[in-house]
Design a protein around this ligand. Structure first.
Ligand code: DAH
Length: 354
């Protein structure tokens, strides 16, 4: 057996060569066991130092530890170098081109029919000079009812119809509260529409607890019912077809006076109430007219709540209207059940994408 220090030099040389030559993590692990494991020659030498003559212990111990550290260092750096190059290799071969079409190619998504309808309605009124405003869904009783001229015992104020948080705070039941909020913010003249979600305690084929409305408000110093009629005729023709007509029927709303309901001439039977072979038109139930929204001249009592901001009922007047977006979409697309909009069944939703 060679002198210990000479043997150490040999072990080091052999070990370094083997580690440099290793091509895989598994080989490096084997070498780690062979050169540094419990049964490795180096380990044995370190363990039996006590048996050497005292003057050899120091140099042999120092030399053996040096070799151990050198081989450990080399093993560690080779192991991480190998891991890095394996990762590079995997990144190169496993690369996925995310810009390729899927397999099978996925159709691009599209807007929900309600969103699309809302945007179309907005476009019509933007074209007529209105701007779009939005307001809170959690609303004060004051804006939702009181400032809209609802008497204290109005049925809509009942717990059975409205979601309340407290006596004073509720989920708005219509977009009309934004009439008063907008008039508090902006002096006359004002021409706005207000799209948004509204909430009522109601659920069946034509009612869901949440639905969407678009409110309209125009206040200026010379607004008449004729302006209302002209604006809504324009709207009806843009949405339901250029041949449409509208009619105003007397109605009641607390916050308009006079109030009207607005009908559009039926687009299934062209307003005749009768289909080609003489059958009664189902869409308009033979009447030739379909109700599309509520409207009227802003009640002076409502203006009274914002008179401090220039809405003196003696000086300005205006019209207002409110429509359900779902209702408009259902009519145009023949959707039979309101709940279909919110069940999120793609077989329904997919039919309306553009
Ligand atoms: N807010 C009413 C509702 O939810 C709709 C409505 C009617 C709005 C007449 C108006 C209006 O602005 O003038 O049923």
């Amino acid at each position: 057996m060679p002198e210990a220090p000479a043997r150490l030099t040999e072990i080091r040389g052999e070990g370094e060569a083997a580690i440099e030559a290793a091509g895989s993590a598994a080989e490096l692990e084997e070498l780690r066991v062979r050169y540094l494991g419990r049964k490795a020659e180096l380990t044995q030498m370190l363990r039996s130092i006590g048996e050497l003559p005292p003057q050899q212990r120091g140099p042999v111990g120092k030399g053996a530890n040096e070799v151990k550290r050198a081989l450990e260092g080399l093993l560690d750096s080779r192991t991480s170098a190998l891991a890095a190059s394996e990762l590079d290799e995997r990144l190169r071969t496993d690369a996925i081109d995310v810009t390729l079409p899927g397999d099978p190619p996925a159709a691009p998504g599209h807007l929900h029919l309600i969103t699309e309808t809302r945007r179309e309605i907005e476009d019509v009124f933007l074209g007529l000079g209105f701007s779009v405003a939005e307001g809170p869904e959690v609303e004060f009783d004051y804006y939702n009812f009181t400032a809209l001229n609802h008497p204290p015992d109005h049925p809509a104020r009942m717990l059975a119809d409205t979601f309340y948080f407290t006596d004073e705070v509720l989920l708005r039941t219509h977009t009309s509260p934004m009439q008063v909020r907008a008039m508090e913010e902006t002096e006359p003249p004002i021409y706005i529409i207000v799209p948004g979600k509204v909430y009522r305690r109601d659920s069946d084929a034509t009612h869901t607890p949440m639905f969407h409305q678009v409110e309209g408000l125009a206040v200026d110093d010379d607004i008449t019912l004729g302006d209302l009629q002209g604006v809504l005729l324009e709207f009806a023709r843009a949405i339901f077809g250029a041949e449409r007509d509208i009619r105003l029927r007397p109605h009641y709303f607390p916050f308009t006076e006079p109030s009207v309901e607005v009908d559009v001439s039926c687009f299934a039977c062209n307003g005749t109430g009768t289909l080609d072979r003489g059958a009664r038109c189902n869409l308009c139930k033979g009447s030739g007219w379909i109700e599309i929204l509520g409207s009227g001249m802003v009640d002076p009592n409502v203006l009274g709540f914002v008179a401090h901001n220039g809405y003196d009922p003696e000086r300005v007047q205006g019209f207002a209207f409110g429509m359900g977006i779902e209702r408009i979409a259902m009519l145009r697309h023949g959707v039979p059940d309101l709940r279909l909009f919110f069940e999120n069944d793609v077989r329904f939703l997919e039919q309306f994408g553009r």
